[in-house]
Design a protein around this ligand. Structure first.
Ligand code: SF4
Length: 255
């Protein structure tokens, strides 16, 4: 849930979710339509489908318990390098990399004097982080870096005067130079395909049992004027497994 979504937005949904489905087996047994409804407006709803499928694999292949083995975690739907590392570190206390945006920014500044990390996580970054990770307390160290990046070494206004790393920080020593590349701007949401998909899915979650292109165009709060975009949204949602095409030509949430 936390992939690309801030903690404050995730918390209410996460609490409701964990009350309803406290174990992977509970989630695995639920219909997909209920999982999509419970995801509500968290965004990027493919994550709900993957979480549901991951729960089913955990039940089928791991006796209902989240595995700690790296390869087993990586084979779960929706779990990549970062999530696998975070689960190993924070659920099992196994030394693991959790190179999220915040950690990467702290390390880029402190070790390399760069305002912001660039592009994807590199092999050099992984090796460097492993080389400085303490043998004892690795998990706490990693969590500390995450917190430092989230609260002190922030992207726009790092509070260097209150940072425990300031004495040896390469970025501060270099005079706090600006980023080499300007930070990537988020694509606009309003009018985007993502917004169209969100509207259509919200109709199916809350208002109608099934719909087609005519329903999307016709009178409701969720009217989507751009027909080509609505069509793209419907076929994209269907290929992601978020909606199913019925025999009558209408789309509904999957069972
Ligand atoms: S001193 Fe400033 S730039 Fe360096 S790690 Fe701390 S907050 Fe970040």
């Amino acid at each position: 849930m936390l992939q690309q979504t801030p903690v404050a937005r995730v918390l209410p949904t996460w609490r409701a979710w964990m009350n309803r489905w406290p174990t992977p087996a509970d989630l695995a047994a639920s219909p997909t339509s209920e999982v999509i409804r419970a995801w509500d407006r968290l965004g990027y709803p493919r994550r709900a489908i993957r979480l549901h499928r991951a729960a089913q694999v955990i039940v089928a292949d791991h006796g209902g318990f989240v595995p700690s083995d790296l390869d087993a975690l990586l084979s779960l739907p929706g779990v990549g390098e970062y999530t696998a590392g975070a689960v190993r570190a924070f659920a099992f206390d196994i030394p693991a990399l959790t190179l999220d945006t915040n950690v990467r920014r702290v390390l880029a500044r402190y070790l390399q004097g760069q305002a912001l990390p660039t592009g994807q996580v590199t092999r050099a970054e992984r090796e460097l982080t492993w080389s400085i990770m303490p043998a004892d307390g690795a998990t706490k160290w990693m969590a500390g870096l995450m917190e430092l990046g989230a609260l002190v070494c922030t992207a726009k206004k790092p509070d260097c005067n209150h940072c425990p790393l300031v004495t040896n920080c390469a970025w501060v020593a270099a005079g706090s130079p600006p980023p080499v590349q300007p930070p990537r701007r988020q694509p606009q949401y309003v009018g985007s395909d993502r917004q169209a998909r969100g509207h259509i899915l919200a109709m199916l979650r809350n208002d109608v049992e099934a719909l087609d292109l005519n329903t999307v165009r016709a009178g409701s709060d969720y009217v989507w004027a751009d027909e080509a975009q609505a069509e793209r949204a419907l076929s994209g949602l269907a290929s992601d497994g978020l909606i199913n095409l019925r025999n009558d030509g209408k789309y509904c949430l999957p069972n």
